[in-house]
Ligand binder design. Structure first.
Ligand code: FAD
Length: 370
């Protein structure tokens, strides 16, 4: 299965990127299509609690931002697949993405995996699950409370947990269980009836259960060393190196959000996602039609009068067509996952008119053979 743009990670960066890659400008009538992979629950870290976009005066209730972005993804037929991306071949013209459930192809890829993979921790935040995200004094105070109120305490973090653990030793003499996440070891889920009772972890592919009544996720350590950077792209201190347009060192591969480094904020993640989404659209367009996407007045365009509207291309039998808005997806389910123009013709009595009107209404994406 192929898509023009594949996004890895459905946090604020990935969801914003996918929507923008799919729909960069209303007046452009050659949309691209986007697919997004998420191994946990959509929303990423923004689902954990109320999010200050800038400050308390501009904030989103828990789940509010996530639901807004999900609803836009639904409107524009951006498909969300609950799959974990395990590897990717990114250097070829057509990129290959391998997940725990299948293999996919894309012209452009956006990596938006955040600083750690997410399971279902957000459901237990404040119910036996804690995070280290504040000043040292507050962290110490929290440790003191945890020490007094819990018996089986588990720390989760990256290999840079040294600072957190030394703070813990200053405050509490209970020995915690320490689980270090890396490429081969990760938390799969937290469990418990309304409160933390333990966690399931994957250790070199084998699932184990750890009983706990308190789990502390050490974000400080992920900020020093993210555990979601598993792709063969250039990095700096464990974070993916990008330029101002979200481009990595590999053409057609972009990155956005926490995985490109500090500061760690939802507003930054959304902004970078939008930029990377637009750039991925441009890149895929050029791959498909061998020219600059005409939707952006701010990029150099051929012609004397500035903006040039795209020609409606002449379709050919082997062109691939996919419905990319909700109405079209619902009305013509056979176009949801894509068909060739040859198959398209079989469904309509006046296929050429139908094809042109759909292109103009911005509701299908097309892809000539690459
Ligand atoms: C408790 C807490 C409170 C916060 N409060 C605020 C706040 O008030 N204001 C603010 O601006 N910021 C806040 N932040 C930070 C903010 O939430 C993050 O900066 C933001 O969510 C980053 O977005 P992202 O999309 O880059 O990454 P994430 O939100 O981390 O999303 C990345 C997603 O990618 C998925 N993923 C990773 N690897 C894979 C893979 N291989 N395959 C498939 N999926 C994968 C993960 O499961 C995750 O869902 C807070 C964070 C926490 C933890």
């Amino acid at each position: 299965m192929y898509r023009d743009v594949i996004v890895i990670g459905a946090g604020p960066a990935g969801m914003s990127a996918a929507i923008r890659a799919r729909r960069p400008k209303t007046f452009d009538y050659l949309p691209s299509d986007a697919l997004i992979f998420e191994e946990g629950d959509a929303g990423g870290l923004s689902s954990w609690k109320e999010t200050y976009f800038t400050s308390p005066g501009w904030s989103y209730k828990r789940d509010e931002l996530r639901n807004m972005l999900l609803s836009e993804m639904d409107r524009y037929c951006v498909e969300l697949r609950n799959e974990r991306v395990i590897s990717a071949e990114l250097r070829s013209k057509v990129k290959r993405i391998i997940t725990d459930k299948g293999e996919y192809e894309a012209l452009a890829v956006i990596i938006a995996t955040g600083m750690r993979n997410g399971a279902n921790e957000w459901k237990y935040f404040g119910k036996g699950l804690y995070a280290t995200l504040r000043s040292v004094d507050i962290i110490k105070r929290t440790y003191f409370e945890i020490c007094n109120n819990h018996e089986r305490i588990v720390f989760i973090g990256s290999e840079r947990m040294d600072l957190t653990l030394s703070l813990w030793d200053e405050v509490c003499d209970k020995e915690p269980i320490v689980f270090v996440e890396d490429e081969n070891n990760r938390v799969v889920e937290i469990f418990g009836e309304g409160r933390v009772e333990g966690l399931r972890v994957s250790k070199d592919g084998k699932i184990e259960e750890i009983k706990a009544d308190a789990v502390i996720v050490d974000f400080e350590s992920y900020m020093l060393r993210p555990t979601t950077q598993v792709f063969d792209v250039e990095t700096e201190n464990g974070f993916i190196k990008v330029d101002r347009l979200g481009r990595t060192n590999i053409p057609g591969v972009f990155a956005a959000g926490d995985i490109v480094g500090p500061p760690f904020s939802v507003a930054k993640a959304v902004g970078e996602g939008v930029v990377a989404g637009i750039e991925a659209y441009r890149y895929a367009y050029e791959m498909k039609f061998k020219k600059e996407a005409p939707a952006f007045a701010f990029y150099p365009l051929e012609g004397k009068d500035g903006l040039i509207l795209p020609d409606i291309p002449e379709s050919e039998d082997d062109w691939f067509i996919r419905a990319v808005d909700r109405n079209r997806c619902e009305r013509y389910p056979f176009m949801k996952h894509g068909i060739t123009y040859k198959e398209f013709k079989g469904h309509f009595s006046n296929p050429e008119d139908e094809f042109r009107s759909m292109l103009k209404s911005y509701s299908i994406s097309v892809r000539p053979p690459i």
